[in-house]
Design a binder for this molecule. Structure first.
Ligand SMILES: [Zn+2]
Length: 397
């Protein structure tokens, strides 16, 4: 067992000071405000402790792109790249590819889960059933309609939580219904859907929109499209790439005001560059190059991101603190932290994740005052950062 003292701790519901947390067998075995005048702890966490970040859209990290390498080792490198920035659980995300690549990706995730590689909780198939017109950087040759082979891959029982991004105009609603029935989380994206198509897919059980505003039908007076469905329908969550390049800050605000902190979720859409020194990466007949805070193809268009979850939290926090008038900045901080942890846990149905509570997984992050990740723990084991572990006597008034 290990005990921690946290100067400040957000448990997913409330902000606390001077908290004592014990971890046993990867779970939180004790958590409360310390009433004692003196106590010991194995480690003192001087900063803000919160639930680990859960990223549902990770194409790569640590120098690895999932589409190029499908193995438990590759997934472990991706996790290590992102754990530096507080991510404690992720869905490795396969960009539209061949049935064979989809199968290999599933095998890699199944092996990673069987080997208990920290942080791999499932898989996100972004495609292949997308709109050709809204495909973005997805290879046109692999964008296709649904096949039995694809459905068999999506519904494998050994690959954890499965999220599938699809364009509803390219997939029959009965297929969506069937996927949802089998436990797949369906997210609408890379789509030119009309509002009627979007709402019918939500009726069929779709519960999310993928990278809201990017690669989806826009919002005009008489053609509301997928954006309007995401902003107005209380049945669906939305992922948002808050790197301030993919989505204008005003639209990040709009999403927050319309969707709220119970269903708006921060995602990175990160490529291999995050958590590595990588600058360029070949992609189809082009190159993805890191320029400033963004990744671009040779023609200048965006190609995924080099965003990490801590930066996404920090960006959103700064944006909301400046622009939203609410009574307490603590509530904004709480909301943004939840958008990176509790909300994705809820979307995926990960019941022991996303909140620091008795019996929950000991996945947590230590942030400094400027919202930079100092260290993080997965399943009770420290996986990034340095924190003094020696037993210390602490005094409290
Ligand atoms: Zn995408």
């Amino acid at each position: 067992m290990k005990t921690y003292f946290a100067k400040q701790l957000f448990d997913g519901q409330k902000m606390h000071t001077n908290m004592h947390m014990s971890v046993n067998n990867g779970k939180i075995s004790h958590i409360e405000t310390s009433q004692k005048s003196q106590f010991t702890a194995d480690a003192q966490l001087n900063g803000l402790v919160c639930a680990g970040f859960i990223d549902t859209q990770v194409n790569g990290g640590g120098g690895v792109l999932f589409n190029y390498e499908q193995s438990p080792t590759a997934l472990s490198k991706m996790m290590q790249g992102h754990a530096k920035f507080g991510t404690t659980a992720m869905l490795p995300t396969l960009i539209t590819d061949s049935p064979d690549k989809m199968f290999k990706a599933a095998n890699a995730v199944a092996d990673a889960i069987a080997e208990s590689i920290p942080g791999i909780v499932g898989i996100h198939y972004e495609g292949p059933h997308l709109s050709q017109a809204k495909k973005g950087i997805h290879p046109s040759s692999h964008v296709r309609t649904v096949s039995d082979s694809d459905l068999a891959t999506f519904t494998r029982p050994d690959i954890g939580k499965v999220l599938v991004t699809l364009a509803p105009e390219n997939v029959p609603n009965d297929v969506i219904k069937d996927l949802v029935k089998q436990g797949v989380v369906v997210s609408l994206g890379h789509s030119g859907a009309t509002i009627d198509q979007a709402l019918a897919a939500i009726d069929a059980g779709a519960t999310c929109s993928t990278h809201l505003f990017n690669a989806m039908s826009g919002l005009t007076a008489r053609e509301p499209g997928l954006i309007s469905a995401a902003l107005s329908d209380a049945r669906i969550f939305s992922g948002l790439i808050a790197d301030l390049h993919h989505v204008h800050p005003q639209n990040c605000m709009l999403a927050y005001q319309c969707i709220g902190a119970e269903r708006l979720m921060l995602v990175t859409d990160a490529m291999a560059h995050v958590g590595s020194d990588l600058q360029t990466l070949p992609w189809l007949d082009s190159t993805i190059t890191k320029v400033g805070g963004k990744l671009i193809l040779d023609d200048g268009s965006l190609a995924g991101s080099c965003l990490d979850m801590t930066s996404a939290v920090r960006n959103m926090l700064h944006l909301l603190q400046v622009r939203v008038s609410v009574s307490s900045s603590t509530s904004i901080l709480a909301n943004v932290l939840n958008m990176a942890s509790r909300v994705p846990a809820k979307l995926l149905g990960l019941s022991r994740y996303g909140e620091l509570a008795l019996g929950n997984r000991a996945d947590f992050v230590l942030l400094d005052n400027n919202i930079h990740t100092q260290a993080c723990w997965i399943n009770g084991k420290q996986v990034s950062g340095v924190v003094a572990e020696e037993s210390q006597q602490r005094e409290q008034n």
